[in-house]
Design a protein around this ligand. Structure first.
Ligand code: NAD
Length: 506
C-alpha cells in the first residue's frame, strides 16, 4: 500500500509508530554507546587508582574539604577544588591556608607540582574520575535539616559528570540523602544507572579539628555504596591513601553511623552538663568525680562539662537524626532532652557569674567582664555555634561591659552587625576586669598570670587546675575558699574605677 493511499487517521497512527521505533532505536543505541565507551568500569577505575592517574574534584573547600583535598594530592592524585567562595579560592591559589593544621608550605608544594588547583567553575568536573562533596549541612531557621547546599552542588556538577565517575558525599546528613538527593537526580538528569554508568557512595568525614592525634589519614573511614560496584570503587579509592576503610552495607548505614557518633557525644555531654549544677548545689567537685570515674578500665568513657556545645557537628547532627526518625513516626527523646540541656549551659554560666559578682558586692550591670576564648573548642579558630557567643550575648543583655580575648579569633560580628576586636591577653586586661570568664581553654593563655592579676575568675573548662589563687571559681566545683582575697580585689577595682583607669573601654 502506498503512503498516499492511507487516510489521515491511519497516517497519524503510522507516524506515531515510526516515532516510537525511532525512540526505542535511540535508547538502544545510547545503551550500546555507553557500553562501548565504558565497557569494563571496574577494571578501568582500579587501573587509574593503581597508577595514580586518577583525577579528583573536591566540592566545598572548608574545614573538611581542604584537608581531604590535600591528603589526596599528597598521595599522588591530581586534585581540583571547587568552592563558590571566590575569596577562599584566591587564597588557595596564592598558597595561603585558611584552615588550621594545613600549612602554607604544604599548599605551595602541591600547587607548584600542579597536584592541587582550585576554581569556582563546575566545568572542572568534566575531567574528574572522582568527585567528593564536602558542602555545609546546617539547620534551617525552623531547626530542620538544610540540605540545599548538597542539592546545589549536585545540580552544579551533574551536567559535567563523565561516564564511569564516582561521586562521594561526605557532608553529614540524614539517612536517605545520598539515594534521594545525589543518586536519583543524576540518574534522572543523565539517564544513567548507578553502579553501571556512574558510581555513588556516602562516606562521612570524622575530622576532629585541632586534634594532634587524629587527622584525615589515620581516622578510620566508613563508607557505604549505592550498589556493591559503587562500594567496591569507593573502598578501593579511599583504601589507596587512608590507613583504614570500614565498608558498610549501604549509604544509609554510613549516614546513620555518623549521626549516631555525634548524638552519642551530645547525649553524654548533656549528662555531665545536667550533673554540673547539681554538683555545685551538693558541694561536690564534678571534676574530681569524673577523674575518679575515669579510672574504671572498662565500660566508661569520660565527658566533661562546659559552657555549652558548639561547632558544625554536635549541636546540629543529632537534630538531623531526630528529624529523620520523626518523619518515619519515631520520637528520639534523648536527643531532644540532650539538646535542651546543652543549650541551657550558657544561661547557667551567666547566672553563676552574676551570683559570683553579687556575692562580692558587685552587680552584673556595668561590671567589666572579659571572656577568655570565643572559639567553640580549644586551639581552633571556629566560631560556629560557639557557646561563648551566647554567653557574650546574655552578659550584654544583662548590662555588663563585655570584651573578649582569643588568640585564634581576632574579630567577631555582634548581633547588631558591628565587629568586635579581640583584646590582647595581658596583665592589664586581667587587671581591668571585674570578672574573667574562661569560655575556651586555649593552650596559649597563661592561666597563672590570669590568676595573679584578675580579681575574680570563673573557669568553665577547668583550665586553671594546678593554678594557685583563691580568686578562681570552677564550673561544677564548690568554691575553693572563702571570698577573702577576691572580694577585696573586686572592691579595690570598683574604687579604682571611680578615679578612672581607662583600660580597654569598649
Ligand atoms: N567542621 C567539622 O569539624 C566537621 C567534621 C565532620 C563533618 N563535617 C561535615 O562536613 C560538611 C562540611 O563542613 P565544613 O566544616 O567543612 O564546612 P565549611 O563551611 O568549613 O566548608 C564548606 C565549604 O563549602 C563551600 N560551598 C557551599 N556551597 C557550595 C557549593 N554549592 N559549591 C561549592 N562549594 C560550596 C563553602 O563556601 C565552604 O567553603 C558538613 O556537612 C559538616 O557537618 C564537619
Amino acid at each position: 500500500m502506498s503512503e498516499n493511499s492511507l487516510n489521515p487517521e491511519e497516517k497519524g497512527q503510522e507516524e506515531k509508530e515510526k516515532q516510537a521505533q525511532t525512540r526505542a532505536g535511540h535508547r538502544g543505541r545510547k545503551q550500546q554507546r555507553l557500553k562501548q565507551l565504558y565497557p569494563k568500569p571496574q577494571q578501568t577505575t582500579l587501573q587509574c587508582i593503581h597508577d595514580r592517574s586518577l583525577k579528583a574534584v573536591v566540592i566545598g573547600l572548608g574545614y573538611v574539604g581542604l584537608p581531604m583535598a590535600v591528603e589526596m594530592a599528597q598521595s599522588g592524585y591530581q586534585v581540583h577544588g571547587i568552592d563558590i567562595d571566590a575569596g577562599k579560592v584566591a587564597k588557595l591559589r596564592a598558597g595561603h591556608s585558611y584552615i588550621i593544621g594545613i600549612e602554607d608550605e604544604v599548599l605551595q608544594t602541591l600547587l607548584e607540582a600542579n597536584r592541587l588547583t582550585a576554581g569556582t567553575d563546575y566545568a572542572a568536573v568534566a575531567g574528574a574520575d572522582v568527585i567528593v562533596i564536602c558542602v555545609p549541612t546546617p539547620l534551617t531557621d525552623k531547626h530542620q535539616p538544610d540540605i540545599s547546599y548538597i542539592s546545589s552542588a549536585v545540580g552544579g556538577m551533574t551536567p559535567y559528570l563523565q561516564l564511569g565517575s564516582l561521586v562521594i558525599l561526605e557532608s553529614t546528613t540524614y539517612p536517605g540523602t545520598t539515594e534521594e538527593h545525589v543518586k536519583q537526580p543524576v540518574e534522572a538528569a543523565r539517564g544513567w544507572t548507578a553502579g553501571e554508568h556512574f558510581y555513588v557512595c556516602y562516606s562521612p568525614e570524622r575530622v576532629d579539628p585541632g586534634s594532634v592525634h587524629y587527622g584525615v589519614k589515620n581516622t578510620p573511614k566508613i563508607i557505604g555504596g549505592s550498589t556493591p560496584a559503587c562500594l567496591n570503587y569507593g573502598t578501593q579509592f579511599y583504601g589507596s591513601f587512608l590507613n583504614e576503610v570500614v565498608p558498610v552495607s549501604s549509604t544509609t548505614v554510613a549516614e546513620t553511623a555518623k549521626l549516631f557518633e555525634n548524638t552519642f557525644r551530645s547525649v553524654n555531654i548533656a549528662l555531665v552538663n545536667e550533673l554540673t549544677p547539681a554538683c555545685e548545689q551538693m558541694g561536690v567537685d564534678i571534676w574530681e568525680v569524673l577523674q575518679a570515674a575515669a579510672t574504671k578500665p572498662f565500660g566508661y568513657m569520660p565527658f566533661y562539662p562546659g559552657p555549652g556545645i558548639g561547632g558544625h557537628c554536635i549541636p546540629i547532627d543529632p537534630i538531623y537524626l531526630s528529624w529523620a526518625a520523626n518523619r518515619q513516626g519515631s520520637e528520639l527523646r534523648f536527643i531532644e532532652l540532650a539538646d535542651a540541656t546543652n543549650r541551657q549551659m550558657p544561661e547557667h554560666v551567666v547566672q553563676r557569674a552574676t551570683a559570683l559578682l553579687e556575692q562580692r558586692g558587685r552587680s552584673i550591670r556595668g561590671a567589666r567582664v572579659v571572656l577568655a576564648g570565643m572559639a567553640y573548642k580549644k586551639d581552633i579558630d571556629d566560631l560556629r555555634e560557639s557557646p561563648a557567643l551566647d554567653v557574650f550575648r546574655l552578659l550584654s543583655v544583662a548590662g555588663a561591659d563585655v570584651v573578649f580575648t582569643d588568640p585564634m579569633v581576632p574579630v567577631f560580628r555582634q548581633d547588631d552587625g558591628s565587629m568586635l576586636q579581640s583584646r590582647p591577653a595581658s596583665p592589664e586586661l586581667w587587671t581591668w576586669a571585674d570578672l574573667v570568664i574562661i569560655t575556651t581553654d586555649h593552650s596559649a593563655f597563661d592561666y597563672q598570670e590570669m590568676a595573679d592579676h584578675a580579681p575574680l575568675i570563673f573557669d568553665t573548662r577547668n583550665a586553671t587546675a594546678g593554678c594557685n589563687g583563691d580568686n578562681i571559681v570552677v564550673l561544677g566545683q564548690p568554691e575553693r575558699h572563702d571570698y577573702g582575697r577576691a572580694q577585696s580585689l573586686v572592691q579595690e577595682k570598683v574604687a579604682e574605677r571611680e578615679t578612672g583607669d581607662g583600660y580597654g573601654e569598649s
